[in-house]
Design a protein around this ligand. Sequence first.
Ligand SMILES: Nc1ncnc2c1ncn2[C@@H]1O[C@H](COP(=O)(O)OP(=O)(O)OP(=O)(O)O)[C@@H](O)[C@H]1O
Ligand SMILES: [Mg+2]
Length: 359
Amino acid sequence: MYLSRLQILNFRNHEALNLELCRGINTFTGANGSGKTGILDAVYYLANCKSYFNQPDPQLVKHGSDQFSLKGIFHPDAGSDAEDEIICHYGGRGKKNVKRNGKVYERLVDHIGLIHAVLITPYDIELVLGLSEDRRRFVDQTLCQTNRNYLSDLMRYRHLQEQRNSLLKAQGEPDAVVLEALDHHMAEPADRIYQVRRQFTAALLPLFTEAYRELSLEREVPGLRYSSDLEKGTMASLLFANRSKDRVLQRTSEGPHRDDWVFELDGQTLRKYGSQGQIKTFVIALKLAQYRYFREVSGQTPLLLLDDIFEKIDASRAQALMHAVSDERFGQILITDTHRQRVEEHLAPVAIEQKHFSL
Ligand SMILES: Nc1ncnc2c1ncn2[C@@H]1O[C@H](COP(=O)(O)OP(=O)(O)OP(=O)(O)O)[C@@H](O)[C@H]1O
Ligand SMILES: [Mg+2]
């Protein structure tokens, strides 16, 4: 998949932009605050109907305006004549619609999975240093784009878990019949979420290990381990065993909502023992693995969006990254940087079509 044209109206700090992109590497250079990350976020938005940075739509509207609009012309890998015109329009007060070739989607989720975009930004360091919810978000983002049933299981589980927690928080004894029913309904989606996450981790591991090896100059062995309460038993058995504890705690103490992934290097916890460079390499390798996973599952090359990538890694790792991404299996790439010269130096040895934009 590649993006040939990108139009941005009143999105973040951009008033009006109309860009014609090349199929290879597109670079965007400009000073801090010139709007480079905003351009990548616009592309991410066109693929996912939301900002990568968890910012609600009203915050994305350019100050002084009351709506924003994004338009992209996308082309699938094969048959370059075919194209999809995607328009995302936010009209203020929660009014948002997404159109594909002039037709408004009834549900935004129907758009998810058509276009895959992998964004690598300095903020991704939170995947390692942040909370378990940051890691769950990464896994859920990946799975929701590739597995429709997973998305509905996740929404159903969250909804029931909220209901169960409110019941446990309510004054007095919770109604045993209602609790029994909620437990019964929660068990199935929870068990499926666990199975899908387990299979996903197993599928991601070799892709991740390969990506890490390509980027890393040392020989350390990276590890990626899924950790879940459901390793102990089915959700039904956990809910049953925890019933009195949950009443005291007034919440559901165990379940997939607590799942986490343990990252290691040579058997040591990355978060505690990894150097800054090792942590950055780990995060980039995770994202490249996500890219390859999307490509395997969808059969389309995703868009790769690299935000300030050369700022954050040393020259040799940057070269290794450029070597990895210039492989012919990669599709279109958008790169931002504050220094035009640095990008040109890194890209000089890369024999792929390139286009430079200055902001
Ligand atoms: N809704 C908005 N309206 C107007 N300006 C906004 C809005 N949201 C963000 N901005 C501003 O847009 C500017 C550009 O942000 P962006 O992160 O895209 O810049 P950047 O070029 O990536 O900068 P850096 O090199 O520091 O990463 C920032 O100054 C930010 O405050
Ligand atoms: Mg930026």
